[in-house]
Design a protein around this ligand. Structure first.
Ligand SMILES: [Ca+2]
Ligand SMILES: [Ca+2]
Length: 88
């Protein structure tokens, strides 16, 4: 019986801890968008993000601006990991 009481207490503490009123202000990746509204919760530090917390990719080539060495490639171009057009 003591074990069951202990387990219930532990569960109650865990649930209360998770339901902290500060939950809506937590921003795990520190991008300025709280986790509750962040659809890209693991953006790298220093990356500029949009209002949804997703790193900006101005030329839409799949390489975020932070890492894009060629920030003006055509959206339909195939690019390497640096965001530069692949040689044909
Ligand atoms: Ca965030
Ligand atoms: Ca890009």
């Amino acid at each position: 019986m003591k074990t069951a009481t202990f387990l219930l207490s532990a569960i109650a503490i865990f649930v209360v801890g998770c339901a902290s009123p500060n939950l809506s202000t937590i921003d795990s990746d520190n991008d300025g968008v709280v986790d509750a509204k962040d659809i890209c919760p693991n953006t790298p530090a220093l990356a500029l993000v949009d209002k949804y917390g997703c790193a900006l990719d101005s030329d839409k080539d799949g390489v975020i601006d932070l890492y894009d060495q060629c920030p003006n490639t055509d959206m339909l171009q195939l690019v390497n990991k640096d965001g530069c057009q692949l040689k044909k």
